[in-house]
Design a protein around this ligand. Structure first.
Ligand code: IMP
Length: 198
């Protein structure tokens, strides 16, 4: 039987009457940028085995795509954190919900994070990982909301700098929904208007 080549998701994803999304970064642009990031990482570490650490759950698609673009020896592990608070605002407190399964001492580690917002989560994580003595510790983030930064932390590899808007899709959620959108989209809350979105 011929295989279906249509990759469009079946049906509308997770929209509720008072929520709508508009595409900010298309899946094609994300894939292109992930390929470039992989090339940058391999330029910096051409021969090294690279150990990716995905921060659950928002980084899963970014990590999956990056791992396949990297080539060479790659392994990965996941760390679970929750920044207290539900919805579109984090409180800045970080709680470890799942630790790594494999030690990182002496390894070339690339932390893979979905979004750098206030930077409080990443600052906490960098301290945690540095104490475990990796050979190299680098950070890759898909998205960076530079203007929201509170903590003094920056990524070594950044996909896109974005404005201060709440985004969902490509792993990012709003109350656990919208992670399965292929694009990064701005989430708009409130009653839908008849006029066209900007
Ligand atoms: P931080 O403020 O840099 O500590 O970011 C903490 C976490 O908040 C990120 O890893 C995301 O999981 C989440 N977050 C921040 N901004 C957004 C957003 O626009 N959409 C979805 N999640 C976000």
């Amino acid at each position: 039987m011929a295989k279906q080549r249509n990759r469009k998701p079946k049906g509308k994803i997770g929209n509720r009457p008072d929520e709508s999304v508009r595409v900010l970064i298309s899946h094609a642009n994300i894939r292109r940028r992930v390929r470039e990031i992989a090339q940058d990482v391999r330029r910096d570490f051409p021969e090294e085995p690279i150990h990716l650490i995905g921060i659950l759950k928002g980084s899963v698609f970014f990590l999956a795509d990056l791992a396949r673009e990297l080539g060479g020896e790659v392994s990965f592990d996941f760390l679970g954190v929750s920044s207290y608070g539900k919805g579109t605002d984090s409180t800045g407190e970080v709680k470890l919900t799942k630790d790594l399964e494999v030690a990182i001492e002496g390894r070339t580690v690339l932390v893979v994070e979905d979004i750098l917002d206030t930077g409080l989560t990443l600052k906490y994580l960098v301290k945690l990982f540095e104490e475990r003595k990796p050979k190299h510790l680098r950070i890759a983030v898909l998205l960076d909301k530079v203007e929201r930064r509170i903590a003094n932390v920056n990524a070594d590899y950044t996909g896109f700098t974005i404005p201060n808007e709440f985004v969902v899709g490509y792993g990012l959620d709003y109350d656990e929904r919208y992670r399965n959108l292929p694009d990064v989209c701005v989430l708009q809350l409130g009653p839908r208007t008849k006029s066209k979105p900007e």
